[in-house]
Structure formats: structure tokens, C-alpha cells
Write a protein that binds this ligand. Structure first.
Ligand SMILES: *Cc1c(COP(=O)(O)O)cnc(C)c1O
Length: 359
């Protein structure tokens, strides 16, 4: 009888919310649908795609537009079927079998997922009580535990907090002395401050990979497009080990068309940042009523909140068609939405509060 490998023990299928919810604020997507002009432009680009042919294995146009928008150079960039694929590729191909990867928790869970899948060992270092990353402690852990790679998100999903660039670079330099690979997942950097990005440092370091994605700020979660930015040696290795036609032609065409609209991109970011601030202020107001204990200082497009009755509130909202993300026992993560969505959310939270007071 065929048996599944032991390494799959402990893996559970990814279970996204299914069903219809009037407000979806649980997976950090952009609430912006692309404006009409951009859509028409993207569709015209699709019209040129020859679907009988394989896609460009190096996604040249798409990478050029990405590089232009983010101020890097194409030779440092690899495109992937979402940054998820790139995390998997790093784990599968850039580390010796059995070597140790360090993750910090709470953080994006895919780092541990792919590392385990590809038979790496995973150590997890919990963050301190404020969820700040302690760089000295992290470096000490790396040095004392034979860590070969550290993967973390900056700004962090789910905590919404950011580590300053100078601190990240200290990590890269110090860990680099031991040949440790540092993967900085900057999926949300657009919402914080590009001057905190380490994207432009990749040519100076042989142990730094920066990940970016079109799934959040670029509002293209549906096309699956992400990028790894690294020195030429790592980039060449990634391009060697990736599946040759990993990014399909339609995604390449849409990605290139949308990334070429610098003005639209900047407008969208500004709008989402404002919406996130409104959400944070709204939740802060509710914290005065005692609903929330703490609202973290967000550098992302979502707000992370400490709530005593997180699970109760999560279930209450879900019953009313409002989906947010729950991190039991005491935290909620709520993504910025349209004005209407946020009004509905705040109204429902107020209703919950009134019911609580009335017992
Ligand atoms: C959403 C998210 C991504 C995006 O992954 P894609 O595969 O590009 O959609 C990557 N990293 C983090 C931390 C995220 O929250």
C-alpha cells in the first residue's frame, strides 16, 4: 500500500473562508478594483498575447515595469507565481537539505510551511510581548543555533509593525559574516515608506533576498504575481531552479500594463493609507468604549488589535456578514476597506459593545 511521506504529518489544508460575506476584510487584499482606464489598457495588452505559445520564461516586460516602478534593475529581479512560489523556491533550492531556517512569531506562516515541505528544520523565535523584533536577540539565536536562513516579513503580517532599515541591514551584515541568508518579505512596504525598503541594497550583499508582491498594493491578488530581488548570483540561481514557464502569459501582460501606471499606483497607495488611518482611528475610538485593548501602530494596509474577547467578536461579526481575521486568543487583524465597508464594520462593533454592556 502506498503511504504518504511522514513529513506531511502536521500539515493541514489551507482553509479560506467560503460563502458570501458582504464585507471581506480578512485577507489584506486591496479594496480598489482597477480603474476603468487601467483595465482597458490591461485588456488591450491581453489582446496581443498569443495563447498557443509558451510565456516568456523571464517575464522580461513585466520585470522591466516592476524595476522601473520600484527603482531597481531588471538583472536583480526574478518573477514568480505569487511571492508564495518564490518562498517555496528559496526553501527548495537555496538551502542544503536538513539545514535550519529561523522564523519569528507571529509572522506569515508560509515560511515555515515551505521550509518543512522541503525538509528543512524550522526553529521559531517568539517576538517580545509588544511584538517588536529584537535584532540582537535574533542575531544571538542565529549564531548559537546554526541557523542558515532567516525569513521574516517587514512590515509584518500580522502585527502591522515595521523594523527600521538600519536594523534590518545590521542583521544582513552580521548574519552575512556567518553566511546566513536573510529573506525580507516586503509585501506591505509600499504602505509604510520606500526609504525603509532594503530593495536597493541587494547588489551590495550576497545573502539578501527581498520579496515583493502584486497581491496587496498593486491590487492584483487574482493574477498571482510576485518578485524576488537579490544579487545577480542568487537571481541566476533562482532563474535556474524555477519552473521555466512559471508566470503565465496573461498575468505577465496584465502585470506589465498595471505596473506601468506609476501615477495610478501612487494614488491607490495614498487612498489605502488614508483608509487604514481612518480604520485605526475608528478602532481607537471603540477602544475608549473598552472594545479594544490596544491598537498597534500600523505600517500596513490593515490594523492589528489586541482584544480580550477576540474570538467572540470574530464570530459575532462573521454572523453579520463581516469577515475579519482572528488570531486566538486575543488578537484581530482587520484590513482597510471602502468607506462603506468600514462604516458597516464600526457599526457592528458598536452593536457588539452595546450587547456586552447590557449583558
Ligand atoms: C499577502 C502576503 C504575501 C503575498 O503572497 P502572494 O503569493 O504574492 O500573493 C507575501 N507575504 C506576506 C507576508 C503576505 O502577507
Amino acid at each position: 500500500m502506498y503511504s504518504l511521506p511522514n513529513k506531511l504529518q502536521g500539515f493541514v489544508p489551507y482553509k479560506p473562508l467560503t460563502g458570501e460575506y458582504r464585507v471581506r476584510l480578512d485577507v489584506n487584499e486591496s479594496y480598489h478594483e482597477l480603474p476603468t482606464d487601467e483595465v482597458i489598457h490591461a485588456v488591450m495588452e491581453i489582446g496581443r498575447v498569443k495563447l498557443n505559445r509558451y510565456p516568456d520564461p523571464y517575464a522580461t516586460d513585466t520585470i522591466n515595469e516592476f524595476s522601473n516602478l520600484f527603482g531597481t534593475e531588471s538583472r536583480y529581479v526574478t518573477a514568480g507565481n505569487g511571492s508564495d512560489e518564490l518562498i517555496g523556491l528559496i526553501a527548495a533550492g537555496l538551502l542544503e537539505k536538513g539545514s535550519k531556517v529561523l522564523t519569528l512569531s507571529p509572522d506569515f506562516t508560509m515560511y515555515g510551511f515551505y521550509s518543512r515541505l522541503y525538509e528543512l528544520e524550522v526553529d521559531d523565535l517568539p517576538k517580545n510581548t509588544d511584538f517588536e523584533v529584537d535584532i540582537d536577540e535574533t542575531l544571538e539565536y542565529i549564531n548559537n543555533n546554526n541557523i542558515k536562513c532567516l525569513m521574516f516579513s517587514n512590515p509584518c503580517n500580522p502585527t502591522s509593525l515595521g523594523v527600521e532599515k538600519s536594523e534590518v541591514m545590521r542583521l544582513v551584515v552580521e548574519a552575512g559574516k556567518k553566511g546566513v541568508l536573510i529573506v525580507v518579505d516586503e509585501a506591505y512596504m509600499d504602505f509604510w515608506d520606500e526609504s525603509q525598503s532594503t530593495l536597493n541594497e541587494v547588489s551590495n550583499y550576497d545573502n539578501l533576498i527581498v520579496l515583493r508582491t502584486c497581491s496587496k498594493s498593486v491590487a492584483l491578488a487574482g493574477i498571482r504575481l510576485g518578485f524576488a530581488v537579490a544579487c545577480e548570483r542568487i537571481t541566476s540561481a533562482l532563474k535556474t531552479i524555477k519552473s521555466p514557464f512559471n508566470v503565465n502569459s496573461l498575468s505577465q501582460a496584465i502585470g506589465a500594463a498595471v505596473l506601468s501606471d506609476t501615477i495610478g499606483y501612487r494614488k491607490s497607495i495614498a487612498h489605502i493609507k488614508e483608509s487604514t488611518n481612518t480604520l485605526a482611528l475608528g478602532l481607537l475610538g471603540l477602544s475608549k468604549l473598552g472594545v479594544f485593548e490596544k491598537i498597534y501602530d500600523t505600517k500596513t494596509n490593515f490594523v492589528f488589535a489586541k482584544v480580550e474577547k477576540a474570538v467572540e467578536i470574530y464570530e459575532f461579526l462573521l454572523e453579520r456578514g463581516v469577515a475579519v481575521r482572528c488570531f486566538p486568543p486575543n488578537h484581530l487583524r482587520i484590513c482597510a476597506g471602502t468607506r462603506e465597508e468600514m462604516n458597516i464594520l464600526c457599526r457592528e462593533l458598536a452593536v457588539w459593545q452595546i450587547q456586552e454592556l447590557e449583558g
